[in-house]
Write a protein that binds this ligand. Structure first.
Ligand SMILES: *[C@@H]1O[C@H](CO)[C@@H](O)[C@H](O)[C@H]1NC(C)=O
Ligand SMILES: *[C@@H]1O[C@H](CO)[C@@H](O)[C@H](O)[C@H]1NC(C)=O
Length: 779
């Protein structure tokens, strides 16, 4: 009974919050009458661990319903009540802020922020995961009033022996800092740029070229005491670590913080927003009502066409055998100009996904920053998975349009490509043979086991792109997307191929491993000690089948690596074929659930060598996708989604790297323990026996900001968006949904608060909901 009333409330709650205008902006909710069913399918179908999660969830639901039958609904109500109206009460022993001097909030006030020094470590008992014994970190949640120049910044964690905690912080607060536009794109007008490349024509949001593409805003500095990322590094990848982003600087230019009447998204207005107007000072509040993003991208590319490699004029064959990537042409001036290769960002969408205004903002930002502000270097596409095989999406345009209307906000219709699993059966026909194992029981053409198939097909249909970012709806980059994708690509290009597979198999923990040269040397030593040769070039193994190009005597190794083998520089300057955002680990003996989901190889022989990277978000080159395509259609080989790209690259000698992007951890882990937990596999890597991706070890990722089942990512993101969250603290180690409600409007607005959060750039995943009203909807 309790459950029934809960469901009926949830299906109406969001609609009751929406005005009529708002409803018209979102896809027509034709599925509302059958919503509860679709919600569950949506959630699980998108998750790559459907079975595992189903089992766990089923168990938890039973236990939960038995133990707390009546309390559940009550708890949710309380959350919403507190967010909306109850004054915030400072919990005992929390990281309170005290104004020491003068009137509340007046300029010149000295504030003292107490922190982890006062927070008790959670209660830990034998048998609980080791990491639950570490104290939670507080610095993430300190606000803008504690902004300091990067040179004065001291992290709460990680700290070297002898370094003191920055807490308690003493802040001399003299008024909010002012954000400034953040532009990670090259200075297109600089003489250096125009000497090397063709001129860039500015792009506009509208047809009349009246609305320029806005820049997002950043604060110069870092919030004092904020933790540094434990895994990965900003500076290594060329990402700025001396600026931070608040919600208005990040999304305000795209519609956060203003109403539908002004053309905004009408979210963020229910959060603390002192000084937010600064982000609209230059452009005004942009009216996004009538933007057609496909049209804007097409116009932008058209006016910048001569900057890019013209694919039609190129022979495909020469590309697969050559690492030569910069095509030079002569313009009317005497100097040759370099042409740029284009990248598609392919966002994987699916029917039944519940669009929200926060999600819309995120993709407006992505298109603006990557495609329009770069003069067409990138193009964003949605690949919409039509799950109902009965829909005649190719026979009937009206059907296709209805599916768009029901599932995608109108402003993104023109960047959508529809696909279905039946279509994949047609493209990749014939029997695939036996699988070594198939724990999910899914079909070999299903998105769950073969998410790469529609991406390969997309790449074959879009010869204008050389690189493809596979992206998902529940990922957010707290920063400018151009900075992320551009720097990852450039970093990948600089990497040597020598021991790249070995380095990529290991989590990089800078404060523990030292700088990158040190890490490289460490991996070299560990590889020698392992007694296994470093991987280089195409792999030989029993049952290997060559590709057509290999039969013709070609390979993917750049000439510099073969003719005059020059170890450190081999591969340097060669664009990476695969860039992943988690280590590329050896799946053999790793304990990863799907490590033997390998199909089409001779099952009488040992399974072929495999590499895997959890989370399919990654950049794949055209030639890697061509290899995978041929493996699928001609050789009838395939592997589980997260394993296939890296394994295809491994077998055929393509260049693959794991880019150690900054990942934060919610607790004060001892760094040696981080290394033991995350590099606890064979030979101090993340693969083989002892892997952190072993089902029994994966829990270690729950406190990180980037993992498919992270508990910290969503908490941090929603606090940053300005919504109160349970802080995940308290007895039993403290976990998601436990503890005290912290943050949000009332807390941030208190005169003695440090204000809203400002974080350095980072990737967060999974973000399953954003506005508190979605929580009910999600559960
Ligand atoms: C590695 O770091 C140590 C100090 O932690 C330093 O002494 C050593 O020279 C570094 N090695 C390399 C190769 O950078
Ligand atoms: C690797 O081994 C060499 C030679 O023994 C040593 O000089 C170097 O410091 C080692 N590197 C690291 C990072 O331990």
């Amino acid at each position: 009974m309790e459950r029934t009333s809960f469901i009926s409330r949830s299906s109406s709650s969001l609609s009751s919050l929406l005005s009529n205008d708002e409803k018209s902006l979102l896809p027509r909710p034709a599925y509302h009458h059958q919503k509860p069913k679709i919600r569950v399918r949506t959630l699980l179908g998108h998750c790559l661990y459907r079975r595992v999660i189903l089992w766990t969830a089923a168990g938890l639901v039973i236990v939960f319903l038995t133990l707390t039958s009546g309390n559940h609904g009550l708890r949710r109500e309380r959350l919403l009540d507190l967010v909306k109206s109850k004054p915030y009460e400072k919990p005992e022993g929390s990281n309170g802020v005290e104004a020491v001097d003068g009137a509340k909030g007046d300029p010149g006030v000295v504030m003292v922020v107490t922190g982890s020094s006062k927070t008790e470590a959670p209660v830990w008992r034998e048998g609980m995961p080791y990491w639950l014994r570490f104290k939670h970190l507080d610095g993430f949640f300190v606000g803008l009033k504690a902004l300091v120049p990067a040179s004065d910044y001291k992290p709460e964690h990680p700290r070297r022996a002898g370094e003191d905690s920055p807490f308690p912080l003493t802040i001399s607060y003299t008024g909010l800092p002012t954000p400034t536009p953040f532009v990670p794109q090259p200075d297109y007008e600089s003489p250096d740029y125009t000497a090397q490349y063709h001129e860039v024509q500015p792009c506009y949001l509208d047809k009349d070229n009246k609305i320029p593409v806005p820049d997002l805003y950043a604060y110069n500095g870092v919030v004092q005491g904020q933790s540094e990322p434990v895994i990965g590094s900003h500076s290594l990848l060329g990402l700025r670590d001396d600026v931070c982003f608040d919600r208005f600087g990040r999304y305000g230019p795209y519609g956060l913080g203003y109403s539908f009447d002004d053309g905004g998204a009408e979210v963020g207005m229910d959060t603390e927003r002192e000084g937010s107007e600064a982000v609209w000072a230059k452009t005004g509040k942009i009216n996004y009502d009538k933007i057609d993003w496909g049209d804007a991208q097409a116009r932008c590319h058209e006016s910048n066409k001569k900057r890019f490699v013209d694919v039609a004029a190129q022979s495909r064959a020469s590309k697969t055998t050559s690492a030569e990537h910069a095509e030079r042409t002569f313009s009317h001036s005497e100097r040759p100009k370099e042409k740029i290769r284009r990248t598609a960002v392919v966002v994987r969408s699916y029917t039944g996904y519940q669009w929200t205004h926060h999600a819309v903002l995120n993709f407006r930002a992505m298109i603006s920053e990557l495609a329009l502000r770069s003069g067409g270097e990138y193009t964003v596409h949605f690949l919409l998975h039509v799950r109902d095989g009965n829909e005649a999406i190719w026979a009937d345009p009206v059907t296709a349009q209805r599916i768009l209307d029901d599932n995608i906000p109108p402003e993104f219709h023109s960047i959508c490509t529809l696909w279905s699993e039946d279509q994949m059966r047609l493209i990749y026909p014939g029997g695939f043979g036996r699988s070594f194992s198939n724990p999910s029981g899914g079909s070999v053409h299903g998105v769950y086991r073969s998410a790469h198939m529609p991406l390969q097909h997309f790449a074959m249909n879009h010869p204008e792109y050389d690189y493809f970012w596979n992206w998902e709806l529940d990922m957010r980059w707290l920063g400018n997307y151009y900075e992320l994708f551009d720097r990852l690509g450039k970093w990948g290009k600089q990497q040597s191929r020598v021991e790249a597979w070995e380095r990529s198999a290991k989590y990089y923990i800078p404060r523990y491993h030292g700088d990158w040269a040190n890490f490289t040397s460490l991996v070299h030593n560990e590889t020698l000690a392992s007694g296994r040769p470093a991987i280089f070039g195409p792999l030989n193994f029993p049952g290997r089948s060559p590709l057509r190009t290999e039969i013709a005597g070609n390979n993917f190794i750049p000439p510099a690596c073969t003719s005059r083998f020059d170890p450190p520089n081999c591969g340097v300057g060669e664009d990476a074929d695969l860039i992943t955002l988690n280590p590329i680990f050896d799946a053999e003996d790793s304990g990863w659930v799907f490590s033997s989901d390998v199909t089409g190889y001779n099952t009488a022989l040992p399974a072929p060598p495999r590499r895997c990277a959890i989370i399919t978000a990654s950049r794949l080159s055209r030639r890697l996708l061509e290899v995978m395509h041929e493996e699928n259609w001609r050789l009838h080989h395939t592997m589980f989604s997260e394993m296939f790209p890296a394994s295809a690259a491994l077998h055929h000698g393509l260049k693959a790297v794991y880019a150690p992007h900054p990942v934060s951890i919610d607790r004060e882990w001892d760094l040696a323990a981080v290394d033991r937990a995350f590099n606890g596999g064979r030979d101090h890597s993340s693969g083989g026996h002892g892997s952190p991706f072993d089902l029994r070890n994966e829990h270690n990722h729950k406190g990180t900001s980037w993992y498919y089942h992270s508990e910290f990512a969503g908490l941090l993101w929603r606090r940053w968006l300005g919504y109160a969250q349970y802080d995940g603290r308290g007895p039993n180690g403290g976990r998601s949904g436990e503890g005290t409600l912290r943050g949000g409007k009332l807390e941030e607005e208190r005169a003695s608060s440090t204000g809203r959060m400002c974080l350095r750039s980072m990737l967060v995943h999974p973000i399953k909901w954003e506005h508190p009203s979605e929580l009910e909807d999600y559960v």
